[in-house]
Every structure is written in C-alpha cells, then in structure tokens.
Design a protein around this ligand. Structure first.
Ligand code: EPS
Length: 380
C-alpha cells in the first residue's frame, strides 16, 4: 500500500478532516476540480435540507506549497457551516457548570437533551454502535456514522483523481436506476412520491475509468488483487450492499465462451503502435487481479437510507420499550451522490496501484516511468 488516509469529524461538529500520506512531490493540485467533485456530491434529486446549508470546499492545511505537493502528508479540512447551530450539543469542551447560574445551566442541559437520541434507527449503526462503545445517547454514534463523512473521502479521492488525469486516466459515474426506475421522468416521480410518503429510496450506479495501463494490481497475493481492493473500498461506502465488476453476478448463468473477452491483434495499427484489443469487456477491465487495458467498469447497489420520516418499529434503549425509530432531517435519496463518492473512492485505489507500478516520489520521475512502460507495452 502506497497511499494511506484517515478521516475525522462529526456530521455537526466544527469540521471534517483528512490526512493523506503517500503522494510524492511536484503534483499540481487543481482546486477547482476538487471543489467541483465536492459540489457534485451535494447534488441530485432527493437530497435533504442540509445540502442547502453547506457549500463544501477544501482547505489545504499542509503538504502543499504554491499548489504543488511537497511529498509531505497532506492535511485537508472541510468546514461544517451547520456547526453554528450545534455549538452547545456538539461542544468538544465540557461546560464549567460551577461558574454558571441556574438559568444558564438549565439552558445548556436543555440544548443537549433536545438533541439526545434514545430510539435507534433500524438499518443504521445506532444499536450495534451504542452497545459496542457503551453509549446511552445515540447522538454519539449518529454523528460519526453519518454519511457526511463521505465528503472527506471525496476530497481525498478528488486529489487522487486529479493526479490520475495527469496521466490521461479518466473516470466518470452515472446513475443506472433509482427505486427500480430508469428514466429521468420515472425517477423524478418516484423520489417525489417517496418524499411525500416519508420513505427513502436506493438505487444502482456505475463507475467507469478509461486509459488505464495494463498491469495495475497483481495476481501474486490475495491482497494485491485490484478487484478485491476496489470492491473493499467501494463496499465501505455507507449504504452500499453490493459491488459488481464487469458482468458481475451475470457470469453465473452463461457458458465460458460467452463470458471471456477474446483477444485480437489490432491490425489497423502500424507495427510500432501495435496493441491487443478485445471486442467485449465482460471482465470489466480486470483479469487475474490486474488491469488488462480495457475500461474498468463497476456497479454499486445502494440500500434506501435508514433515516426515515415515516419511522420503523424499533426500541427505546432507555425505557427498553417498543417505540418508533428516531427521525432527524435526512435525504430521501442519495444515489446520485453515491456516484461521486464511488468515483473518488475508486480513484484512491487506482492511484495507489498506479504508484506501486510507477513510483509516487516525484511527478517528473513517475511520468518518465509511465511513458517508458507505455513504449514497452506497445512493442510487447
Ligand atoms: C449528509 C449530511 C447529513 C445527512 C446525511 C448525509 O446531514 P444532516 O444530518 O445534518 O441532515 O443529511 O446523512 C444521513 C442521512 C445518514 O443517514 O447518514 C451529507 O453531507 O452527505
């Protein structure tokens, strides 16, 4: 592993942070591109009221000088504008109750109590999280398990995607279906219906990367296989329940001859540009845990968000009685946002594998290695 990153931050805390390690020196960062990815994550029909409050933008704290990486860890921050409304219940400091009069004490306690949660949401981290970490206020689970954390992943991934683009590797995401509907009109309608009903909706998205060199990842160890690394990263996105590469689960019911992508010499090219081509891409660009030069294609299935206006049957952890789940402002549907999150999570894994092959240390050196390998591949 060449690239490592950690994120921190609560949904209604001061800010979200990430530290990224493993990016070498001399990589120029296009801040407009990174901020635009953050903006894309906030878009899509069905997003909740929070998206009207936030304008997610990246602030680089370290590891970059004059917009170029230095090779040092890169620290980034995204502000939570909503923190203004949560200063008391999300304070990182304890209040000095001894110095306060009774009225001030009561006001603080009331504000904290107002935001305390006892009724767990089925499908969310609430119940297992509260048991695991010994919390009696589910707020302590909700704040970190909220999908707001994906903003930091998009920022880290957008840095990686921006670097991949310097090597002409380009990715895109698209929504395939929402609530089983595929046309824009049907999707609009079902999201409106879901919102009116207090329901939530999931769906399916696809990500695609082109111009990848052959041989990123490896077959020699289980944990170097690119498909495993990609699937793990994509599966870690909140609400994702399935990841498929290429034909995915459809490989089960066909003859081998209908599955594997036959290989041909591209005779249309001159000898010096000779390359091998396929007429199909059922493998989704990965064979033997390595890129094969075709487009990487992955699809993700997202479950409906478990924070629901029409609450589900659940329990109160304080009274231990049957009660309806807690509802807090949330999205009806975040499938389009998932496309942006998946695109950028995948970019982290692909740049990691790219750096393993060509070295991360310095942009010019990496570029030279990349070009030399390109020449070698063309003559293979
Ligand atoms: C999110 C911000 C959150 C939620 C959502 C994702 O903001 P708030 O709780 O203030 O409305 O809208 O997270 C969830 C609903 C969830 O269940 O995780 C964001 O920035 O993506």
């Amino acid at each position: 592993m060449t690239i490592r990153f950690l994120t921190s931050g609560e949904s209604h805390g001061k800010c979200l942070n990430a530290i990224i390690e493993g990016i070498g020196s001399g990589y120029f960062l296009d801040l407009d591109f990174i901020n635009n990815e953050l903006k894309n994550r906030q878009q899509g029909k069905g997003r909740g009221g929070r998206m009207k409050i936030e304008t997610d933008t990246i602030e680089i704290k370290s590891g970059v000088r004059f917009q170029k990486t230095t090779g040092a860890p890169i620290c980034i921050e995204i502000k939570n504008k909503d923190f203004e409304n949560w200063k008391i219940p999300m304070s990182t400091e304890e209040f000095d109750y001894n110095s306060l009069d009774e009225a001030a004490k009561a006001e603080i306690r009331e504000k904290i109590e107002e935001k305390a949660i006892k009724r767990v949401r089925p499908g969310h981290a609430d119940l297992p999280g509260a048991i695991k970490y010994h919390h009696k206020d589910i707020r302590d689970i909700l704040e970190r398990s909220s999908a707001r954390e994906t903003a930091t992943r998009v920022a880290v991934g957008a840095i990686c995607q921006d670097i991949l683009r310097k090597f002409n590797i380009q990715g895109e995401a698209k929504t395939l279906s929402i609530g089983g509907k595929t046309t824009t009109e049907e999707i609009d309608k079902i999201i409106d219906t879901a919102r009116q009903m207090g329901e939530s909706l999931g769906g399916e998205i696809e990500i695609r990367f082109k111009n990848l060199p052959v041989g990123l990842g490896s077959f020699v160890h289980w944990d170097r296989r690119l498909d495993g690394r990609l699937a793990g990263a994509l599966m870690s996105i909140p609400a994702v329940k399935a990841v498929e590469i290429g034909l995915g689960k459809d490989v089960c019911d066909k003859f081998g001859s209908k599955i594997h992508d036959e290989i041909y010499v591209n005779t249309a090219q001159t000898q010096s540009q000779q390359e091998y081509i396929r007429h199909t891409n059922n493998a989704g660009g990965i064979e033997g845990g390595m890129t094969n030069g075709e487009n990487i294609v992955a699809r993700l299935s997202m479950k409906p968000i478990p924070t629901m206006k029409k609450p589900l049957n659940s329990i109160n952890i304080e009274t231990k009685s049957d009660e309806q789940a807690h509802f807090e402002r949330a999205d009806t549907c975040a499938v389009e946002a998932l496309g942006t999150v998946a695109l950028n999570m995948a970019s982290i894994i692909l740049l990691d594998a790219f750096f393993e092959k060509f070295g991360p240390d310095n942009f010019d050196e990496t570029m030279e290695n990349f070009k030399n390998y390109g020449k070698y591949c063309k003559n293979f």
